[in-house]
Design a protein around this ligand. Structure first.
Ligand code: 0RA
Length: 693
């Protein structure tokens, strides 16, 4: 494995870059991304990753993560333990340095340390976590002794102390996030924690990761035993252990799918200082699941490793298919997209020097990854196909189907385009456009049904807000392939209104509105339409989502009135809060499904004490009425403006690519595994396909 050059020759110049922890507390976002829930969970990942690196270096095989009462987290590993000896020059222990000095990790990652992952240096994140924690305790079991040191907001509370004897080796870090930094709260989300740790367990095969939820355990003294589990307290826990590593991850992704071949491909090799590990299996599905990691960091926007993989895969399948006479001359070559249909692949690379494209770690930029993946995967997958002819044939036939479908779809699309379905079209009649021609200030509201459309038209700011009503139930009516939907008038209207065109001629710079707000009803049809639109965008207009142009409106669920006072509640929680503040008592549960739209009346408390209510003090109790909105159509224009459209007061949810990806999955499920229509489509010629449209 590659050595970490940065950590060699740790000289004076390097020492000068070490810093105290004030910058971390001043600008937490610089170090952990945000101070919201993502940043909060990042603390756990930083500490966990240090233990994981110790495991990857071959010194630990077990990590235990415990969510403790009072928002504490505890991470223990059976590695070598962070060294605690006092350094003669610096006069402080390695432990204290790791915990209190920014970038301290490099100091210990020198030659022969065998750190496989150097994207984060061993122990680097610990000081950041310490700085952002109200309380931190580091316990080290090493050389027969137990050492411990405590900190608060990054400052040591005292020296490293010997507190006992131990036969074990390992490190236990316990911390409680600083609530003054994490203003949105310091509650950890169980699912977020186990999802990330499961993923990491897949990435380090044979590593045992136990996650324990001890938050409800009452008072516990977690310093009593090295492993929390040895305290014998009955609490929920989950253990991940994957013998097969990323091969197990591929099986996990495919467990609800129909694999088209039995043997899961797997390879692992180092090439030019790059560690490459790849596993794949094809399933009976159209979409691809490409899951790339660099130094155990997930890269949702792919990068050089994925590029190298696609190149090799396309070349190999074309060569094999032609050589074995499965791909005919008349078929033409498989494209890079054809070979991805139905593919589940996990790619994991390890690099000494990791580079990302752009600000986030979303896309790998390191060029050496591309060549290494192409070489390692090319060799191994070539051999796999020679040794597994049945799998090879199944795969080639599968991607060949994709090729033929692509050709048929293109022929159909060409013929639609010839007819001028999208090109040169004037804006749809249903669109109530805005006056502004400046896309940056323009918004389009996609509303469900003509009646809500009418209300929205009356309620909007016509200077900057456009309205496009979509006929309800498009999804049910057009339960068909998405390319057919593109030919539906409703979707066509939407695409034309956007102005970007589609496919090869797509141009995001032509987008006529920089906010596209999907405003459907809070019911099944509404969510179907949202799913459809998000799927459409996920598959055909990803760039529009990436640009952050797509939003979902958040209309209120209830209108609450007391006398002349008017409140809108956006959630059931909101509603309860408002009712409480109005001094309502004895509010019966409202059965939403049967009495939707009904007005409900409750008695307000006679002696209101809140400041707002004081005006009515002395008067008789006023009736409180609660109206539940079932759809946008139940609001009048003014209400719709106040609650959902007015930029100053509304709440919009920005759609992230993950949301759209989730919608895409739901869409697939809704469509079922209807192979028949798809087959029919493939077999039909362009003319036939055209007839359907
Ligand atoms: C540097 C040197 C050595 C161990 C570690 C760091 C280390 C750090 C962490 C953080 C969490 N768990 C950890 N385990 C180990 C040991 C060097 C040696 O003993 O030769």
């Amino acid at each position: 494995m590659a050595k970490d050059n940065k950590s060699k020759d740790y000289g004076a110049e390097q020492i000068s870059v070490l810093e105290g922890l004030e910058p971390v507390r001043r600008r937490p976002g610089m170090y952990i991304g945000s101070t919201g829930p993502d940043g909060l969970h990042h603390l756990v990942w930083e500490i966990f990753d240090n233990s994981r690196d110790e495991a990857m270096a071959g010194h630990a095989d077990t990590i235990e993560v415990v969510l403790l009462p009072d928002d504490h987290v505890r991470v223990a590993d059976n590695g070598r333990g962070i060294p605690t000896a006092i350094h003669p020059k610096t006069k402080v222990s390695a432990l204290e340095t790791v915990m209190t000095v920014l970038h301290a990790g490099g100091k210990f990652g020198g030659e022969g340390s065998g750190y496989k992952v150097s994207g984060g240096l061993h122990g680097v994140g610990a000081s950041v976590v310490n700085a952002l924690s109200d309380y931190t305790r580091a316990e080290v079991h090493r050389e027969g002794e137990i050492f411990a040191q405590e900190f608060s907001q990054g400052n040591k509370k005292g020296p490293v102390k010997k507190i006992g004897k131990s036969k074990d080796n390992g490190t236990v870090i316990t911390f409680k996030p600083d609530a003054t930094i994490f203003k949105e709260g310091i509650k950890f989300d169980w699912k977020t924690v186990i999802d990330r740790l499961r993923q990491q367990a897949y990435l380090v095969k044979k590593l045992r990761v136990t996650v324990i939820d001890a938050r409800e355990a009452g008072k516990v003294d977690s310093t009593k035993t090295f492993w929390f589990k040895d305290q014998g307290i009955e609490v929920p826990s989950i253990t991940y252990y994957f013998e097969g590593g990323i091969q197990s991850m591929v099986r996990h992704y495919n467990q609800l799918q129909k694999p088209i071949h039995e043997t899961v491909f797997y390879c692992e090799k180092e090439q030019d200082n790059v560690g490459v590990e790849i596993s794949l299996q094809y399933v009976d599905d159209i979409s691809a699941r490409i899951v790339p990691f660099a130094n155990n960091i997930y890269n949702p926007e792919h990068g050089t490793h994925v590029t190298g993989f696609k190149t090799a895969l396309t070349r190999l399948l074309n060569t094999y298919g032609k050589k074995n006479n499965i791909i005919k001359e008349s078929d033409g070559p498989l494209s890079g997209d054809d070979v991805l249909e139905g593919l589940t692949v996990v790619i994991s690379v390890k690099l000494a020097e990791i580079q990302f494209e752009g600000q986030t770690k979303a896309k790998l930029g390191s060029t050496e990854a591309q060549g290494a993946v192409t070489t390692v995967f090319g060799d191994a997958f070539g051999t796999f196909m020679e040794e597994h002819p049945d799998e090879a044939k199944a795969i080639i036939n599968k991607v060949l189907l994709a090729l033929r479908a692509r050709k048929a779809a293109k022929a159909a699309k060409d013929s639609i385009l010839r007819k001028g379905a999208l090109e040169g079209m004037t804006l749809p009649g249903k669109l109530a456009d805005c006056q502004s021609k400046d896309a940056t200030e323009s918004e389009i509201f996609i509303v469900e049904g003509d009646s809500a459309g009418g209300t929205a038209k009356m309620g909007r700011d016509r200077r900057t807000q456009a309205i496009l009503p979509l006929r309800g139930k498009i999804l049910n009516v057009e339960r068909a392939r998405l390319d057919k939907m593109l030919a539906s008038n409703e979707i066509k209207n939407l695409v034309i209104a956007m102005g970007t065109s589609i496919g090869d001629t797509f141009d995001i710079d032509k987008m006529r509105y920089h906010k596209m707000v999907i405003a459907t009803d809070a019911d099944v049809d509404g969510s179907h339409i949202t799913t459809l639109i998000l799927t459409l965008f996920y598959r055909y207009f990803r760039a529009v989502i990436d640009a952050g142009y797509v939003y979902i409106a958040q209309p209120p669920l209830y209108k609450i009135k007391k006398g002349k006072e008017l409140f809108y509640a956006y959630t059931d929680e909101d509603k309860e809060k408002i009712l409480k503040s109005l001094g309502a008592q004895g509010v019966d549960e409202i059965d939403d499904s049967d009495h939707s739209g009904d007005e409900e009346e409750v008695e307000g408390e006679a002696e209101a004490t809140s400041a707002e209510a004081s005006a009515s003090q002395g008067k008789r109790a006023q009736k409180i009425s609660i109206q539940r909105y079932k759809g946008l159509g139940e609001m009048n224009a003014e209400e719709l403006w106040e609650t959902t459209m007015d930029p100053a007061r509304r709440v919009l949810k920005q759609v992230k690519v993950e949301d759209a990806e989730a919608a895409n999955k739901v869409f697939d499920t809704l469509m079922g595994s209807e192979v028949a229509p798809r087959k029919a489509f493939i077999q039909s010629n362009a003319k036939m396909a055209n007839l359907d449209i």
